[in-house]
Ligand binder design. Structure first.
Ligand SMILES: [Zn+2]
Length: 79
């Protein structure tokens, strides 16, 4: 499954867990692609656990900041 197919099912690109956003509709995907200049076959989302480890290097405060200030919904207990 490609990243965009996973996004349409509301799954994390990396670990296949449900993402906070939930499944993306074709309309939402088109809007996001237009917004941030992605190609028509590009879009992926990460669950909060992967976002924290892959994007924010384990820094919960930074991850929350990147996510617009919402609390992270983590499945794993953080060390
Ligand atoms: Zn994940």
């Amino acid at each position: 499954m490609t990243a965009i197919e996973k996004a349409k099912q509301g799954l994390c690109e990396l670990c296949d867990s449900p993402v906070h956003h939930g499944p993306y509709t074709d309309k939402e995907i088109a809007e996001i692609q237009a917004d941030i200049g992605l190609e028509p076959d590009e879009l992926s989302d990460l669950c909060d656990d992967c976002f924290l480890s892959e994007i924010a290097q384990g820094d919960e405060a930074r991850a929350s900041h990147y996510l617009g200030g919402r609390a992270l919904q983590l499945r794993k207990a953080q060390a």
